[in-house]
Design a protein around this ligand. Structure first.
Ligand SMILES: [Zn+2]
Length: 144
């Protein structure tokens, strides 16, 4: 397993270690006379690059000849280890019904106001539209 630091440092010039986990080097992305690229290894193995000349990380990485993934530690390939993408959470039915209940209440209240005042103000109208979109969201969730 190659660490990010092992992937990046050999491609840089005038590398100097300034502190544990910290280096400076000449930035490969611009004409760098004095080292202006700071390199920092985080506790989790991630590499932070910062060019004081103003180059973007992508530019520095591109000039080094590696891609952005080189800045991140390799994930262990053993099953069960490392972060796995979480499956999409479904909205629990009880929560969906609760939302439907409160949204229909909103519609009822605003509807009552409309009858009494014969007008609807913008805020109430927006709230009605929100109620509709929430109900539609639940309908979509239910169809998944
Ligand atoms: Zn630079």
């Amino acid at each position: 397993m190659t660490t990010p630091i092992e992937k990046v440092l050999p491609h840089l010039t005038r590398v100097k270690r300034t502190a544990p986990g910290k280096w400076i080097a000449c930035c490969p992305a611009h004409e760098d006379k004095s080292p202006s690229l700071s390199i920092r290894e985080m506790d989790d193995g991630r590499l932070l690059l910062h060019c004081f000349g103003g180059c973007a990380v992508e530019e520095v990485i591109g000039a080094v000849g590696v891609d952005m993934t080189a800045l991140f530690p390799e994930r262990p390939s053993t099953p069960g280890a490392g972060a796995k993408p979480q499956p999409l959470q479904r909205l629990p039915a009880s929560q969906a019904i609760e939302i439907l209940e409160s949204e229909t209440m909103v519609v009822a209240v605003i509807g009552g106001d409309m009858v009494r005042k014969k007008v609807i103000n913008e805020i109430d109208h927006r709230r009605l539209i929100q109620a509709v979109s929430r109900v539609q969201f639940i309908a979509q969730e239910a169809k998944r």
